[in-house]
Each structure stands twice: as structure tokens, then as C-alpha cells.
Design a protein around this ligand. Sequence first.
Ligand code: NAD
Length: 511
Amino acid sequence: QTNINSVLKNLGILDLNPAYSTGNTWGGKANSVTIDSYSPVDGKKIAAVRVADKEDYETVLTQAETALIFWRNQPAPKRGDIVRQLGDALRIHKEDLGTLVSYEMGKSLQEGLGEVQEMIDICDFAVGLSRQLYGLTMHSERPNHRMYEQWHPLGIVGIISAFNFPVAVWSWNAALALVCGNVCVWKPSSKTPLCAVACQHILARVLKQNEMPEGISSLLIGNATGDLINNDKRIPLVSFTGSTRIGRKVSAAVATRFGKSILELGGNNAIIISKDADLDMSIIGAVFGAVGTAGQRCTSTRRLIIHEDIYESFKNKLVKAYGQLRIGDPLDQHNHVGPLIDKDAVDMYNQAIGKGKTEGARFVVEGGTLTGDAYNSGCYVKPCVAEVENHYEIVQEETFAPILYLIKYKTLDQAIALQNSVPQGLSSAIMTLNLREAEQFLSCAGSDCGIANVNIGTSGAEIGGAFGGEKETGGGRESGSDAWKGYMRRQTNTINYAATLPLAQGIKFDL
Ligand code: NAD
């Protein structure tokens, strides 16, 4: 039995029930509305937080504006050093924060710890980046002129995050945004507020030790603050991670005021299983991809597109593997699958199964809600598998639950067309030992997703690469490679050190 109070105490947040934080100031009105955080693991209430109102929001934004003037003038390597210390603090708190992630969100302890490791990794990445942030130098067409570009911070970055990666998504954004010279305002999911309070507290302590002002990193609790962020001209960049449905609203609101957005939205990820695949490896990739985090990853495997020659044998292996899955308390390391986030998610899972059946889905592993002592939060469901056609409406949608669809193919061209024939474009994979197939899949005529893997499943990206997807996944990129450029503005500078003023394109203008 996890003693969650001792975890909260170790994290220093046992008595905190804030509506907002500007760093080491934790605020909120005594009479404000509260959100109770319940664990999907056992249904117990963990703690309550308060909801920020318009006045709290203004306090946060005013502080952020002041902090920005200080922070953007710190040398980037100095900002990097603060992020290095955040990484060190996360190393110390890994066990407690990972446990809180697991208990509040419901993912396995291994995945909770893995999420904190991902935070540490992005901090390391950002520290190196703080001595780079390179711009190019280019040759001018005019004599005695120098041209170059430099990257400046954007200003206040709004971070709106989803429940399923309650700590890592913040850190992907915050670590990069901070070394780039921005200050951050974070609105976490109202389903996982305590994870957010814990992260904010860890960073706030680092900032205090370094005698940094309030407002460099802020936290705002409550759904209404999302809309305030979307419409606030003082926030030049909104990084939004969540569903396509909400992302569409965020994107429209931010675009209307000509703000920038980074959109990390839903996926509908497939693995193509070739007849030339290593089938044992493919089974592990497919099952982990489909049932890991109870199917609540944006990169979860939702569709398997299987060659007709091996379809029946692969299906049988899959059914056998599903028969071995242990569902239960995610903090018990014997279990493979934990709960869904809440009962609403269970309803959506059941509705999707019903809709699938109406459309003609044939379930080869049946789903259903689990009941009994071990499952009394009401959030545990059976991972299930159905044979479908790719064009079914339910197959075209992202259902955030462990439902896996099987689709048969004859030729690789057809498999790639099926894989691409969904509105989303996040992650994709092919299992094959055939070089021609692998290269075709990765070519411009292959997968249309932001992530395309060979002999790896669809989930579990590393922070070194740029992360994100195309089409209704939103087109944003976060994390590694040059994703940092999304958090900065590019400025092109031309300097004339001649005694004359030659004009570009040879234009003559004599007075
Ligand atoms: P959600 O869209 O319901 O909520 C996401 C966030 O938006 C929450 O913080 C929520 O409070 C906030 N929000 C709600 N209404 C808002 C509004 N009008 N304006 C601004 N913010 C608002 O998503 P969820 O259920 O928390 O997360 C699951 C979804 O997130 C899935 O679709 C999943 O694929 C996606 N996701 C994508 C990625 C990615 O990197 N592509 C990563 C994780 C999750």
C-alpha cells in the first residue's frame, strides 16, 4: 500500500492547495472553488486544490511580465545552469514524483519513473542547448556588409498539458522555453493537479536557492484559465498538448490574435506487420504499444495492419498474449495494465466498443469493465482486440483506451495507404526484415506521420528527436533536434560597414 501522504510530504506539498503559484508564492482565495484529485488506482481522494480566478490570473501574468525582463537578460548558459539544477533536483525526487505520477494518473510505477527520467533527460539536453541556440551567418550581395541571424526569446510561453503525461510534457516545454530566455505559465490538466504542484514546487525551490525573482515559472489551476491563455496577447506562444477537439479551439483562438502555437494533439497510430517481420518481436511491440499506459498514450498502437499470409497465425499469437495480461494496481510491478484515468474514460471505452460492434467489428478478445475488490475505483477495463475495416468511423477516431484494431493487407502499397488513411498523423511503424519494404515505408511516398519507426513499436519516443505529428495531430514539434526554434523568434540582421549605402537588388536611388 502506497503511503501517498508521505510521498506528498517528501515532495514538500502536503499542505499546499493552491490556485496558482508564481514560484515561491502560492496563492488563491480561501472561498474559491476546489478540485478534488482522486486516484484511479483505488478511487480514494488524494487532496484538493483551488481554482484560479481572473484576479489570480492577472497576478500571475503581471509577475511573469516583470520576470521576463530580468530572465531574458541572463546569459543563456546561466539560464542553462538553473535548468541543470532542476535536473539534479528531479534526480533526488525521482522515486517520490514517479510514485505520485503512478498513483494520481494510474500508469505503472515503471512508467511513472520513466516519465521523471524523461524530465531529467530533457534538462540535460537543454543545458547543452543553452551554449548553442545557433543562428546562421550568410554572405551579403552588397560589398562591406555582413548578414546574420540571431534567435531571441519570444516572451511568456503558455503551456497547457494533458493528463496522460502529467509531468514530462511540462518539462519538455519548460526546459527548452527557459534556456531560450522565456518565462512559463503552466495550466496542467485538472485530472492531475498534484503532479503539477509537485513539479512547480521542485523548480520553485531551485529558483529560490539561486535568488531568482518570482514569475519565471508559474502555475495556474482550473480549466477556465485555458481560455484566458488562448486569448491573451501578452502570451506570444501557446504550447498545447491534448485532444484534437480542444486543440482545434486553442489553435483558432491563438491564430485570431496572430499568436504562435505548438500543437501536440491526438494520434491514431498503426504498425504494419509484414510477412517478413520477426513475429516474436512484433508481438511484444504490438502488445506493449496497445496496452501500455492502458492505451492512454498519444503514441499508443491503435491499429495493426497485418499481411494476409501471416494474419491468422499472428492473430492467434496476439490472442494468446492478451490472455496472459495481468490487470490491476499499477504500483504492483506484477501487473501489466492499470486503470483508465476516470469513469468518463471508461464510458468512452464502452461506447467505442458498442459503436464498433454496430459498424461490424468482430471482437477476438472481448472487452468490458472489471469489477470486484481489486477494481473498486471503477476505472479498470479489459484490453480488447477487434477485426475491423479501416474506414469504420470508430477506427478513424482516437479512443483513449486499450482497444486494438486488426486490418488485413495484400501489398505494401495498400498497407501504407491504409496506415495513412486516418485524419491523424503522429506515430507509425513497420515490422520487417526486408530492406526494400523498410525504405519504402520511410520514403516520401511512405508513412505520412511525424514519427516513423522500423522494428520498434509506435510508442516510447526518445527526447533527442523532435516529437510531434502531422495532419490533425497539429504539426507541432517539441523536445529534441531543433524544436527549440519554436520557442524563439528569428531576427535577420544586416550591418553596413561601408561609407556608402548600396541598395539591394542593384537599385539606384540618387538624391
Ligand atoms: P484534453 O484535450 O481533454 O485536455 C488537454 C488540456 O486542455 C487540459 O489541460 C484541459 O484542461 C485543457 N483545456 C480544456 N479546454 C480548454 C480550452 N478551451 N482552452 C484551453 N485549454 C483547455 O486532453 P486530455 O484528455 O487531457 O489528454 C488526452 C489527449 O491528449 C489525447 O488526445 C492524446 O492523444 C493527446 N496527447 C497528445 C500528445 C502529443 O504529444 N501529441 C501527448 C499527450 C497527449
